[in-house]
Write a protein that binds this ligand. Structure first.
Ligand code: C2E
Ligand code: MG
Ligand code: MG
Length: 681
């Protein structure tokens, strides 16, 4: 049924509410409605439609239950607020939707934007009916109020003007108190101001009243303390309340005019400057960076000339919508006029963190635009200034970004340029490397070398560790240190992991069929741990090669952030349940606590090379004690302990005497291609 409605009303602004559930929550909102109101589908879901009216109550809208029983579709004109706070007049038609049992189970509400009609005055009567003819500043009413020390307050008198101003009877005010008529968002302020009058002679506040017609009215309240009786615990207050709605509106309008771009509703250059300053303060406090990017559409003049200004405006609006969508909520998008926009990105952990955002933005602009039968393609150039170390002044960011834009237009149209040559070069080379790396994985430029792990008591090889190498077409053989950090940053970790596991298992199978079975250990990077479906990947590879799970081991580094370890732990548990071994690599560098260690599903511990490297002729007792303690810790947790980086006989002898289980290092073998792994000693 609901599916049918969706299809029938495709392209309309509507939502469906559930009548069977208390509060009649929305279960579906159409794309058009999402667009009209600025609230996302998720924000609609589960809430009663009344939230669109905020606290602007006393309106006819949202009367779902009436709709269910009504013979005719139930129509009302309702003021709602968009997500950005702007007001929208809507006509809402509610239709009952009957379930299989014939009873109304849902309500379909169709929305029509009637703002312009309301504003056009043709529908002034409608507005009047709803809000009464309450226009104009300068009118005021007075009241007298008793403040009791126990927190109660009672209105003992109010002038008749109260009725003229708000539409409520004076009696209402006396019986229900002032609080009830104050806009919900301002009530806390009222409590505070009344509190203040116990200590203060007089004060004035601005807050909102909601009139009988549901209109929100800004007032200024001048209150003064008249007398006080300690005996009775009473303070008497006299207040004069003035309607200042128009003045407020004008101020708000003036502010809008000065700060908001009328076409797109985005901040203008003026407001942007403000935001840049705020962002910089914030960044300095948090030790993060900010980036200001100026985006200018390429050849946009052509659109305006060839088609019409109206087409141009519509395109600009669509561009602004797309840009907004690619940014985070906390980022600022501003329109600088014409076809140029500014993007202010905050909270950048590194300079490079700006790259994914820029790429997304450029891609969003490049998507084709359809306007009626017209399909257009646009491109943009971007100039960027990043502020990371806080050493440069923020005040000139706009100028620097503009300078970079000019150069982008000259040398890299359709792309971006950074203000700084050095930064520009770094970013460019990074993007190039990232692209190369993707290709390297796809085109098999990576190879695995294997380093044996030796059982220290008898010198036999019990397993090998797979270590990745990149045979770079130009730069030669690259070690992981040269590219694994980049893999992590560019979120290629899961891809690399899949590749390595696949190759490692293939090799393990080969060894098995050569009757020299060896377990292969594969390193799992933090991003792979976080974003990979470990169990799924491992399971599929094991079954592809029909490999015993005991022949695979995964190594996770102790350097991995605690959060990642904690959330990755169930994944490791899952893999372990399959029979795959799990070891903690680089142990000792991050000082994990015993509790943390115990909470991880582990079979082995690999002591970081740095501890072993300390063992030479100058070794102190302290160094040895530390190693002894680490080994004991591992054993107490029933883990197999491996010492990494054994280069000398001396180290080997000592570790054996400390009963370390396994060792790995150049003394036994460098990492080598599979065919060079020596046969079991
Ligand atoms: P790791 O997992 O701790 O690997 C051991 C590293 O120590 C290897 O460096 C190995 O060549 C080196 N090594 C072994 N024995 C000795 C020794 O006796 N002396 C010295 N000085 N070094 C020794 P490699 O291959 O450069 O790898 C460095 C790190 O890169 C690895 O540390 C691992 O964290 C990461 N890595 C390697 N392969 C992969 C991979 O396939 N995926 C991921 N995510 N990371 C990898
Ligand atoms: Mg390792
Ligand atoms: Mg290690």
């Amino acid at each position: 049924m609901l599916e049918a409605i969706r299809r029938l009303f495709e392209g309309e602004s509507y939502c469906i509410s559930d009548l069977a559930t208390v509060g009649h929550p929305v279960v579906h909102a159409s794309e058009k409605l999402v667009e009209l109101t600025g609230y996302s589908f998720e924000e609609f879901r589960g809430r009663s439609l009344g939230f669109l009216m905020r606290n602007d109550t006393d309106q006819d809208g949202g009367r779902m239950h009436d709709a269910a029983t009504a013979e005719e579709p139930f129509t009302s004109v309702v003021r709602i607020y968009r997500a950005d706070g702007s007001l929208l007049w809507t006509e809402q038609r509610h239709y009952p939707v009957h379930g299989d049992d014939g009873a109304a189970a849902h309500v379909l509400t169709l929305f029509r934007d009637v703002t312009s009609e309301v504003h056009a005055g043709g529908a002034q009567a409608m507005q009047l009916e709803l809000s009464g003819s309450l226009e104009g500043d300068g009118r005021f009413f007075s009241y007298a109020l008793l403040l009791h020390d126990d927190g109660r307050n009672e209105v003992v008198w109010a002038s008749d003007a109260w009725h003229q101003l708000t539409g409520y009877a004076v009696e209402h005010l006396r019986s229900q108190g002032l609080r009830r008529f104050i806009h919900a968002e301002d009530r806390a302020q009222l409590d505070e101001r009344l509190q203040g009058l116990r200590e203060q002679e007089r004060r004035s506040d601005q807050y909102r009243l909601v009139t009988y017609g549901g209109k929100v009215m800004w007032v200024e309240d001048f209150a003064s303390r008249r007398w006080r009786s300690d005996e009775a615990g009473i303070t008497a207050v006299y207040g004069m309340v003035k309607d200042i709605t128009n003045a407020r509106r004008e101020t708000a309008n003036l502010w809008r005019l000065a700060h908001i771009d009328p076409l797109t509703g985005l901040p203008n250059a003026h407001l942007l400057e403000d935001r840049v300053q705020q962002a910089q303060l914030h960044a300095r406090r948090n030790g993060t960076g900010i980036a200001l990017a100026i985006l200018d559409l390429d050849n946009f003049r052509f659109v305006n000339q060839t088609f019409s200004q109206r087409h141009g405006d519509r395109l600009i609006m669509e561009v602004s919508r797309r840009l907004r969508r690619t940014l985070r909520r906390t980022d600022t998008l501003a329109r600088l006029g014409g076809d140029s926009f500014a993007l202010l990105l905050g909270d950048l952990p590194t300079q490079r963190a700006v790259l994914p955002a820029l790429e997304k933005v450029l891609a969003a602009v490049r998507e084709p635009y359809a306007d009626g039968s017209l399909v257009l393609q646009l491109a943009a150039s971007v100039g960027v200034d990043v502020l990371h170390d806080g050493t440069r002044a923020a005040s000139h960011m706009l100028e620097r970004a503009t300078a970079a834009l000019v150069r982008a237009k000259e040398t890299n149209r359709g792309g971006f340029r950074f203000y700084d040559d050095e930064v520009d070069l770094a970013m460019r080379s990074r993007i190039a490397t990232e692209r190369e790396l993707k290709r390297a994985i796809a085109e098999d430029q990576l190879v695995l070398h294997y380093q044996p792990r030796v059982q220290l008591d008898d010198g036999s090889i019990n397993s090998v560790e797979a270590l990745v190498r990149w045979v770079h077409p130009v730069r030669g053989l690259l070690k992981p240190a040269d590219f694994v950090p980049l893999v992590e940053e560019s979120q290629l970790g899961p891809r690399l992991f899949e590749w390595v596991v696949e190759r490692a298992c293939r090799q393990a199978k080969r060894w098995q069929s050569q009757r020299t079975p060896r377990r292969v250990a594969v390193n799992v990077s933090p991003s792979a741990l976080a974003h990979c479906n470990l169990a799924g990947v491992v399971q599929s590879v094991l079954s592809r090669y029909d490999l015993h799970p005991g022949l695979l081991e995964l190594e996770i580094s102790e350097r991995t952030a605690h959060d990642t370890l904690a959330t990755g732990s169930p994944k490791l548990e899952e893999v372990r349940a399959m029979g795959v071994q799990v070891a903690l690599d680089d142990f000792g560098v991050a000082h994990s606590s015993l509790t943390q260690l115990r909470s991880l599903p582990l079979d082995g511990l690999k002591i970081d090379r740095s501890f072993v490297a300390k063992i030479d002729s100058r070794t102190t007792n302290q160094d040895v004690d530390l190693l002894r303690a680490i080994i004991a810790l591992g054993k107490s947790l029933r883990l197999r302990v491996t010492a990494e980086g054994i280069e000398t006989k001396e180290q080997n002898t000592l570790l054996r005497s400390l009963h370390c289980d396994d060792g790995q290092g150049f003394l036994f073998s460098q990492p080598v291609p599979a065919e060079y792994v020596i046969a079991t000693a």
